[in-house]
Design a protein around this ligand. Structure first.
Ligand code: AMP
Length: 378
């Protein structure tokens, strides 16, 4: 790699693979700090492309586009896990790339990720890899019912998942998923869900943001409540486990670890090699937000202070709200303690993340009530 010396300072150009909302918020953070940003995304109207100094509109495997990015940028990162590992390897021939292709590759595939977690001693929900229909019977005997069948690759926000009660249902779901490799997971009785967003730098220092308590609806994050309303011992354990995962991966960058809490125990659900939806609260409630942290770690700068400045509830705003004439922004914006973030997406679809807002209040329950009121009134 022909890397520029660290730290990379304002004035330099940074690159990001992926032009979605995470890329957009990275771009905004980087530009605020005086960096130029180049986005690679095939979509001409991507949320990040609208904000970048330059948008390279090409496929993630386009070698000429990757070279252009790698030559122009001092460092490149990614906003999503499905970027081909080969593209990161290609980029690394020209510039600094963080996180590494190896770390991203583990999180790309549910089966690979769960196997890696189990092999490294991290607790997960019981699971079995499914490569053919013939595997389903024995797998169901192991996990019991109900269970969840999840496609190993390209599933997100509850997509590519089916709840399974019988062998027949498992067979039908497996066929509906095109017979692709899947993971069959035991259905866990969740007490709650938590997540930890962290950054780990080249020297192995790990800075964690406060633990978020996450509530999902239909498999999609609805609200993150911070600080999480669980015993301190559990949040400490979650923070430690998240760092242990980052150390084991020798990870450099921002990442998120999602946890299930069941029987008072933490099980790792997923690892995301990027900033995370459940870390959006940091934009308005922490000294440093997760996107500034992504810029800092990419540039080899000291990691920012992750202190929480106020209790906060993050509410996702989904495309469903655009039915019947669109959201009532006036009611939301009439509240002076709510910060609105919209992603510039041109088409609203049910389940599509269009934006979020952060409700800040000295009293967490008041913030939660207001977030729910806004959600129901939008
Ligand atoms: P995932 O896409 O795997 O993160 O799943 C989305 C959401 O579905 C999770 O955040 C949980 O709310 C729920 N879920 C996923 N897997 C399980 C499981 N094994 N047991 C219970 N709930 C689950």
């Amino acid at each position: 790699m022909s890397s520029k010396p660290l730290p990379i300072l304002p004035g330099a150009t940074l690159g990001i693979l992926g032009g979605g909302q995470l890329g957009r918020m990275f771009t905004l953070a980087a530009r605020t700090m005086g960096y130029k940003v180049m986005v690679l995304d095939p979509d001409g109207a991507s949320p990040a492309g609208q904000m970048a100094d330059e948008h390279v509109q090409a496929d993630y495997t386009d070698l000429a586009a990757l070279k252009k990015l790698g030559v122009a940028c001092a460092a490149v990162t990614t906003e999503f896990e499905n970027v081909p590992a080969a593209s990161l390897i290609e980029l690394a021939r020209h510039c600094r790339v963080a996180p590494s292709a190896e770390a991203v590759a583990i999180a790309q595939d549910r089966g690979h990720e769960k196997t890696w977690l189990a092999d490294n001693g991290f607790a997960t929900a019981p699971f079995t890899l499914i490569n053919s229909e013939a595997d389903l019977d024995a797998a169901l005997a192991k996990t019991g019912t109900p269970a969840l069948l999840k496609v190993s690759r390209f599933g997100y926000d509850g997509k590519g998942q089916a709840r399974i009660g019988t062998l027949d249902e498992a067979r039908t779901a497996f066929r509906e998923f095109g017979g692709l490799p899947c993971v069959l997971e035991g259905f866990v009785k969740l007490e709650c869900e938590l997540s930890v967003v962290l950054a780990r730098d080249d020297a192995g220092q790990c800075e964690r943001f406060p633990v978020a308590e996450n509530r999902h609806v239909n498999g999609i994050l609805d609200v993150s409540i911070v600080p999480a309303r669980v015993p301190e011992s559990l949040t400490q354990q979650a923070r430690d486990m998240a760092c242990a995962v980052a150390h084991k991966l020798d990870y450099v960058g921002v990442m998120a670890v999602e946890f299930f809490v069941a029987d008072g125990r933490l099980l790792i659900n997923e690892v995301a090699p990027r900033p995370h939806n459940s870390g959006h609260y940091t934009l308005d409630a922490c000294v440093t937000d997760q996107f500034e942290q992504q810029v800092r770690v990419l540039c080899g700068l000291p990691l920012g202070d992750t202190r929480l400045l106020s209790p906060v509830v993050m509410l996702n705003i989904l495309g469903d709200r655009w039915k019947n004439g669109g959201p009532h922004w006036d009611a939301l914006l009439a509240q002076t303690n709510i910060k609105l973030h919209l992603y510039g997406k041109q088409t609203a679809r049910p389940g599509r993340k269009m934006g979020h807002c952060n409700v800040l209040d000295a009293d967490l329950n008041t913030a939660l009530q207001l977030a729910e009121q806004i959600r129901n009134g939008l």
